[in-house]
Ligand binder design. Structure first.
Ligand SMILES: Cc1ncc(C[n+]2csc(CCOP(=O)(O)OP(=O)(O)O)c2C)c(N)n1
Length: 590
């Protein structure tokens, strides 16, 4: 065994002192470190293991951070983080106050662009390359993008623009034929044909004026280095196609690439996943969605399921397995997913378009212009709404209530539990004449016995969950469980207001007539959300009681466990309880 190398590498400067012959050993050590830390601290595994050689080659050949290196999505950048000054704190990855799981400009000068959502790297790198030209700086600009992310609209927009510039831009297409789930679409087929050498058509990237090279083996360090050195001397937009294996170096991760995308805890030596507890737990909300849509779609042939690249994460995969002709994975294409659903709705189909709350941000115009404006009854199922935990600021689904609230014609519903999710899905496919957004959180559905007979939900109706005196707490969605716990021993009323739109104005008039003060609570930003709507209601109707609005502050929330973040935002039961007690004292009712 040679003497260890990685312990002496703190920056890419150190790396560049190594002999080329030493780099494979460094790659081995880097992989082992990633495996060791992710095995216990959790995080994204497969993508980073796949680009270990590429990461080393890029920092070896290019003069980072002067040359600008941009990772698309950024979940593959663990090796980059370790080699750029964050080795000693890599074990804080994704934890509260630790380093972010994604590149982040405020974290390191080597993180040229903040990422998390996919397909931004080409536009960002082109912007930097144009800036360098205008400033007269001789810099290299490199975007590393996966085969799933390059198929997204934004990436195509970047390619289309870059092809008519002479910007010094290198795009590295990291082709491992998989996103989180296997990549889909015609471009994926094209790339497969290129790899097999069966593609007879013109090269698609050359057709867009890129200097194309590859495909080359992305695990062959000498080849990567000589190719990058050659490309460094060429002007204009270039694309290097590298073939890698997701999960490279850990047998199980290579074999089961979907599971080992972000496997949770596992044994670093054997690669075996922790088996988890056998205790009976409420199902995840995503599975309530996944199982319910199958049940509904079997009975109602008009039902369609759509996911942009998240069949496993959304559990639409159950429908894709059982009813493949009516379930579509459209790739990382949120905008397309929404307008595709709109098109289907014009023809009488009943599309359930499942998108993580955070990724719906990509398709905002489509929701307004293609769906709501035309009153098309698309059913949006917004998974991972609220705080998502360790993925952090780029991924929290905390804006949806606010950004959907202002759109006319849209019904907005947040189920308080799995049963309500199931029933609203049932209700939606009975045909509403308006679009509906259903938002539900990451994690488990709070009730064990959730497969009850379907019951239709009355649109716009809230309900009283507990009758008390003094003040009323109004919750939307699963915050009901926090409230329930907080007021267990208090004489406080609790109302479930699952419809942000239309608001249950009859119930609200009753509430404002009955209580001296109102507290609203939501797992979303306060500005523009549920609390704002209740305040506006009070103002419109000249109610003068105090309305305390609790939710997410006007700041980006970083990473940490959901429980930690809820406590920091004072959205946990203890904090709510003490807020209620303060309010009672203030009203002389304590
Ligand atoms: C806009 C957006 N939609 C969905 C996701 C969820 N997501 C994260 S990684 C990923 C797959 C990326 O695959 P690929 O581009 O092939 O990169 P690789 O995993 O190979 O690095 C997806 C769909 C995202 N980050 N951003």
């Amino acid at each position: 065994m040679q003497k260890p190398l990685l312990e002496h590498i703190n920056t890419p400067e150190d790396l560049r002192q190594l002999k080329k012959a030493d780099l494979p050993q460094l790659a081995h050590e880097l992989r082992q470190l990633i495996i060791k830390i992710v095995a216990t601290k959790e995080g994204h595994l497969g993508a980073s293991l796949g680009v270990v050689e590429l990461t080393i080659a890029l920092h070896y050949v290019y003069n980072t951070p002067y040359d600008l290196l941009i990772w698309d999505v950024g979940h593959q950048a663990y090796g980059h983080k370790i080699l750029t000054g964050r080795k000693a704190i890599f074990d804080t990855n994704r934890q509260l106050n630790g380093i972010s799981g994604f590149p982040k400009r405020s974290e390191s000068e080597y993180d040229a662009f903040g990422v998390g959502h996919s397909s931004t790297s080409i536009s960002a790198a082109l912007g930097m390359a144009i800036a360098s030209q205008l400033k007269g700086e001789k810099k290299h600009h490199i975007a590393v993008i996966g085969d799933a992310s390059i198929a997204s609209g934004m990436a195509f927009e970047g390619l289309n623009h870059a092809g008519v510039t002479n910007a010094n831009l290198l795009i590295i297409l990291n082709d491992n034929a998989i996103g989180i789930d296997p990549s889909v679409g015609a471009l994926k087929q094209y790339l497969t044909n290129v790899k097999k050498g069966t593609e007879k058509q013109d090269n698609i990237f050359e057709a867009l004026n890129f200097n194309y090279s590859g495909p080359i083996d992305g695990h062959d360090l000498p080849l990567l280095i000589s190719e990058l050195n050659r490309l460094k001397t060429l002007n204009g937009p270039k694309l290097l196609h590298v073939i890698t294996t997701k999960g490279k170096g850990l047998k199980q991760a290579e074999r089961d690439q979907v599971k080992y995308h972000a496997p949770g805890k596992f044994d670093a030596n054997t690669g075996e996943l922790n088996s988890g507890s056998t205790e009976l737990r409420p199902p995840k909300y995503q599975d309530v969605f996944g199982e319910t849509i199958v049940e509904l779609a079997k009975a109602n042939k008009q039902i369609i399921g759509i996911t942009p690249a998240m069949p496993t994460g959304s559990s639409l995969k159950y429908m894709m397995e059982e009813i493949p002709e009516r379930a579509f994975d459209v790739g990382i294409a949120e905008q397309h997913a929404v307008t595709l659903a709109a098109g289907m709705a014009t023809q009488g189909l009943i599309p359930f378009c499942n998108i993580y709350s955070t990724f719906l941000q990509r398709a905002y115009d489509q929701v307004i212009h293609d769906v709501a404006l035309q009153k098309l009854p698309v059913i949006f199922c917004l998974d991972r709404a609220g705080l998502v935990g360790e993925d952090g600021a780029t991924h929290h689904g905390v804006y949806d209530l606010a950004f959907l609230n202002c759109i006319p014609n849209l019904i907005i519903f947040a189920p308080k539990d799995a049963i309500a999710l199931r029933n609203i899905m049932f209700t939606a496919q009975l045909r509403l004449d308006l679009p509906l957004a259903i938002r539900y959180p990451r994690g488990s559905g709070h009730v064990l016995e959730w497969k009850k007979p379907f019951e239709a939900i009355k649109i716009g109706k809230g309900s009283c969950l507990k009758k008390g005196n003094t003040i009323a707490v109004l919750s939307i969605g699963t915050m009901a469980f926090v409230v329930e716990k907080a007021i267990e021993k208090l004489d406080i009323s609790h109302y479930d207001i699952p419809f942000l739109k239309p608001l249950d104005s009859m119930l609200l008039h009753q509430i404002f007539a009955d209580y001296k003060a109102i507290i609203t609570i939501e797992e979303g930003v306060v500005i523009g959300g549920f609390g704002s709507s209740i305040l506006a209601f009070a103002n419109t109707h000249n109610y003068t009681q105090k309305v305390m609005t609790l939710g997410i502050d006007d700041q980006f929330i970083e990473h940490g466990s959901i429980d930690q973040l809820m406590r920091l935002q004072k959205l946990d039961a203890e904090s709510l309880k003490s807020k209620i007690k303060d309010l009672l004292l203030e009203l002389n009712m304590g």
